[in-house]
Design a protein around this ligand. Structure first.
Ligand code: ACO
Length: 428
């Protein structure tokens, strides 16, 4: 492809063009400032490629999402979440033996250091589990430090990857048990990844808890659909922090906090809160569609819109169907599901939403399924964290293994005061 040409102040500059394996085109501006003195200005990074990556492909115009080349629809239909973790992190589908070993590794690193239980005890009962989750992930760095050369070998990093994947569900379940004042339930090695989490969440020592296969299947699907989404806000955060050389635990902990916001992973909680508000207000969903169209109202339809998807979100399609199935199989009649469907129908035929290409995103239906599974609303974003973890790890590892990667350090256009003399306190 021809070089791109830029004319600045009457002078012409050429920049090479970089083309991805799906013919995505980027203009390579790495020498922009050095040759022209100018920077590219792109607040929100909507036009900025921060990295090359071979993990996840998204075509937002056509609603395509692929993990390592495999369409999300096929992965969701056929894989276990643990298989997807392997695929994203190591770049290929595991053989039978590789999968058995990986599952075995994940099963044998689920315990937390006993002292960590004291951390949970220190938080107030109403602490948001995302705050606990972020703090706990970073706290893992205190038990598994990565300080010397030997410890940051590929083997040690891999061990920390396994530890993180294995322990995150124990952390999530303990955060929940803490919030409802129940005893912590320890991991069980005879259960698979998803079942083990459900057991730690919902079992009590007083009686046997049998994992419902419908719930386990739904959770497997939800985790897979959230597993990676290329350079989204939290993943970019993980890469940003990791680019300074910070450890896996520190980088992922930062990703957890980025995910927490309502414009990102916090949207699943915000969707349910919005649907409850509409229900409590007489289910007048049209009123809320109108409010969302009115900028002055400050109200947005949570679970609608996406920076990248401008046609449909393939994950939302899968989840809409799954929501019907799961609620049917569990015999749950949730009025929020019909409000959601009505809202979607009205919004999708409304000029405002059509013109702005606003469609339901993955979080529009995920909360309804989590509710049906008995997961409390304030845990939804923690569930997202568990799902997104392999993606963050894969992206961190890809950056870490790339010898050309540099510390991430954007520039700015300064708009403040120009040089002026300091005014002593008595003269102000
Ligand atoms: N409801 C009403 N209007 C909306 C919505 C919405 N949910 N989303 C975007 N718009 C409007 C904006 O007001 C803007 O209108 P304008 O052109 O008249 O000013 C236009 O659509 C473009 O919106 P932006 O905010 O510029 O789009 P951006 O790409 O920056 O934001 C985002 C994407 C954050 C997802 C946004 O659509 C949003 O806030 N959605 C609700 C929160 C949500 O569901 N987040 C989850 C995202 S998916 C995920 O993280 C898993």
């Amino acid at each position: 492809m021809d070089n791109a040409k830029l004319i600045l102040n009457g002078q012409e500059y050429e920049f090479p063009v970089i083309v991805g394996s799906e013919n995505e085109v980027g203009i390579d501006f790495r020498k922009l400032r050095a040759t022209t003195g100018a920077i590219s200005f792109d607040p929100g990074y909507g036009n900025t490629g921060a990295t090359e990556s071979a993990i996840t492909f998204i075509n937002g115009e056509e609603g395509i999402l692929r993990y390592r080349g495999y369409p999300i629809e096929q992965v969701a239909e056929n894989a276990s979440f643990v298989e997807v973790c392997y695929l994203l992190i190591y770049g290929k589908l595991p053989s039978k033996d590789e999968l058995t070993k990986f599952e075995n590794d994940l099963t044998h690193h689920t315990l937390l250091h006993e002292d960590m239980k004291k951390f949970f005890e220190g938080y107030p009962a109403n602490a948001h589990p995302m705050a606990i989750m972020a703090a706990m992930v970073i706290s893992l760095a205190t038990y598994y430090p990565n300080l010397n050369e030997n410890e940051s070998s590929a083997e040690m990093i891999n061990l920390n990857i396994i530890r993180l994947l294995a322990k995150v569900k124990t952390l999530a379940a303990f955060a929940y048990k803490k919030s409802i004042g129940q005893p912590y339930i320890y991991p069980r090695n005879d259960l698979n990844y998803v079942e083990d989490f459900l057991h730690m969440m919902f079992a009590v020592p007083a009686e046997e808890y049998v994992v419902n296969p419908v719930v386990a299947r739904a959770l497997n699907l939800l985790l897979i659909l959230h597993a990676d989404h290329e350079q989204n806000c939290s993943t970019s955060t993980v890469r940003m922090v990791g680019s300074s050389g910070a450890s896996l635990f520190a980088s992922i902990g930062a990703g957890v906090t980025a995910l927490w916001g309502p414009l990102h992973g916090g949207a699943n909680q915000a969707v349910i809160q919005m649907l409850e508000r509409i229900r409590d207000d007489g289910s007048d969903y049209k009123k809320y569609v109108n409010m969302a169209k009115d900028r002055e109202s400050g109200f947005r339809l949570m679970g609608f819109g996406h920076r990248v998807y401008k046609n449909f979100d393939p994950r939302a399609r899968i989840l809409k169907e799954a929501a019907d199935e799961v609620l049917n199989e569990l015999g749950i009649d949730d009025p929020l599901l019909s409000i959601a469907k009505n809202l979607e129908e009205v919004a999708l035929s409304d000029e405002y939403f059509i013109a702005r290409k606003l469609y339901p995103n993955v979080d529009f239906y995920s909360g309804i399924i989590y509710r049906a599974m008995g997961i409390p609303t304030n845990m939804f974003t923690v569930m997202f964290t568990m799902g997104r973890l392999p993606g963050w790890i894969a992206q961190w590892k890809e950056m870490h293994d790339d010898p050309t990667s540099r510390i991430n350090r954007p520039r700015q256009i300064y708009t403040g005061e120009r040089n002026r003399d300091f005014v002593p306190l008595d003269k102000r």
